[in-house]
Design a protein around this ligand. Structure first.
Ligand SMILES: *[C@@H]1O[C@H](CO)[C@@H](O)[C@H](O)[C@H]1NC(C)=O
Ligand SMILES: *[C@@H]1O[C@H](CO)[C@@H](O)[C@H](O)[C@H]1NC(C)=O
Length: 362
């Protein structure tokens, strides 16, 4: 527009300059980049979040709270300096999130805390290290060297967690890592699929909720896949534990109910196609005596409908271990154990109260 008078050109430039901010203020920002603690806040209007590599200084925590339905993608590792902050140190809290960790690490530098005492004493350890809240899909990330409990799942809508790993193998050195639970789960409609946990406590512990599936997970050196411990007021129902591989460690599969629990229950637990080997204490332990393994069971938190069905669940235990121990004060129903094939060690001890166990080899 070479012939426009200067004052008109100026007027149109002003109009553009005024119009653009008013448009961008109302639109959601397409992509937000996180590469520091400060850039991780104020994400509520972001529909795509890119997390680049960064280090979190002592005293800081990170919460990713993006717009509902946002994609959150890691392109580098997140590393936490040793801190005295309480956990969680890293929280994903977005509804309908599509989180992809790009197989990067979230590194808790656990070795700077580990003293063999876990969360029962010694050095204060932030826990849980990671928290999944909100809902959606959580994929392809490795939680490395958590100070104590690694991932707490407390989602409030459907959650599918795929190929999420916990690697605390370094905690085996001098038995310094302790209470390094892989996944502690409490919520409804949660699936954990694939991934590997290498740690020094429960691979998965389901503490409460309904419709929970644990499939195709690999657990190494852990305390196995557990329902519980179930405390007063907690219930777990409709759980399927299928096609998992559990290698080594004290326990394979457990249902553990606090001996003093009341107003609590476990119902509808199905095991199928799990491969469990090298267990040193209890292949399968169903107890209402927790924290004891097998002693005087409580009666305030009944267990009903436990089933081994479909593809065989194979359990092989070491020479000092039990294949199957059932220690019930309040159990009922007909429990079909037809697909359980447990062998080795010292055999079984069954005190099933009013439950009838049918089939299976143990
Ligand atoms: C199970 O896990 C293995 C190894 O991680 C993977 O290759 C396979 O696709 C998974 N299968 C299913 C059904 O998720
Ligand atoms: C349960 O058994 C494990 C493995 O033998 C043992 O380490 C633990 O101390 C026992 N728990 C109690 C409360 O005796």
């Amino acid at each position: 527009m070479p012939s426009l008078p200067a004052f008109l050109r100026l007027a149109s430039l002003i109009a553009v300059a005024v119009a653009i901010p008013s448009q961008t203020d109302t639109a959601k920002r397409a992509t937000c980049t996180v590469n520091s603690v400060s850039s991780a806040s104020g994400l509520s209007s972001c529909t795509a979040v890119i997390i680049e590599a960064f280090t979190v200084a002592s005293g800081e925590t990170v919460t990713i709270e993006a717009a509902s339905g946002a994609t959150v993608t890691m392109t580098g590792d997140i590393t936490f300096d040793k801190t005295t902050s309480a956990g969680p140190l890293f929280t994903l809290d977005t509804t309908n999130v599509v989180f992809n960790g790009g197989n990067h690490n979230i590194n808790g530098n656990g070795a700077l805390y580990w003293d063999g005492q876990g969360t029962n004493g010694g050095v204060a350890k932030p826990h849980p290290f990671i928290k999944f809240k909100g809902s959606g899909t959580f994929e392809d990330v490795t939680v490395l060297n958590s100070p104590a409990q690694a991932i707490s799942v407390g989602t409030t809508g459907t959650a599918v967690i795929t190929n999420v790993n916990v690697n605390n193998a370094a905690g085996n050195t001098n038995a310094l890592g302790a209470n390094t639970d892989g996944f502690d789960v409490e919520g409804d409609d949660i699936s954990i699929v694939g991934g590997t946990v290498n740690n020094q406590d429960d691979c998965v512990a389901i503490n409460g909720g309904d419709t929970i599936t644990i499939d195709n997970l690999t657990c190494i050196g852990s305390h196995g896949i557990s329902i519980g411990s179930i405390a007063t007021g907690k219930s777990v129902s409709n759980v399927k534990i299928g096609d998992n591989t559990i290698t080594g460690g004290l326990y394979g599969l457990r249902i553990k109910v606090d001996a003093d629990a009341t107003d609590a229950s476990v119902s509808g637990v199905t095991y199928e196609g799990n491969k469990i080997s090298g267990i040193t204490e209890y292949g399968v332990l169903i107890t209402q005596s927790y924290p004891d393994n097998d002693s005087t069971p409580g009666t305030g938190a009944p267990i009903t409908d436990v089933t081994f069905s479909g593809t065989t669940t194979s359990v092989s235990v070491d020479s000092d271990a039990f294949t199957l121990v059932v220690d019930c004060g309040a159990c009922s129903g007909t429990w079909n154990f037809g697909s359980l094939d447990a062998s080795g060690g010292k055999g079984h001890i069954i005190a099933a109260n009013d439950a009838t166990i049918e089939g299976g080899t143990y």
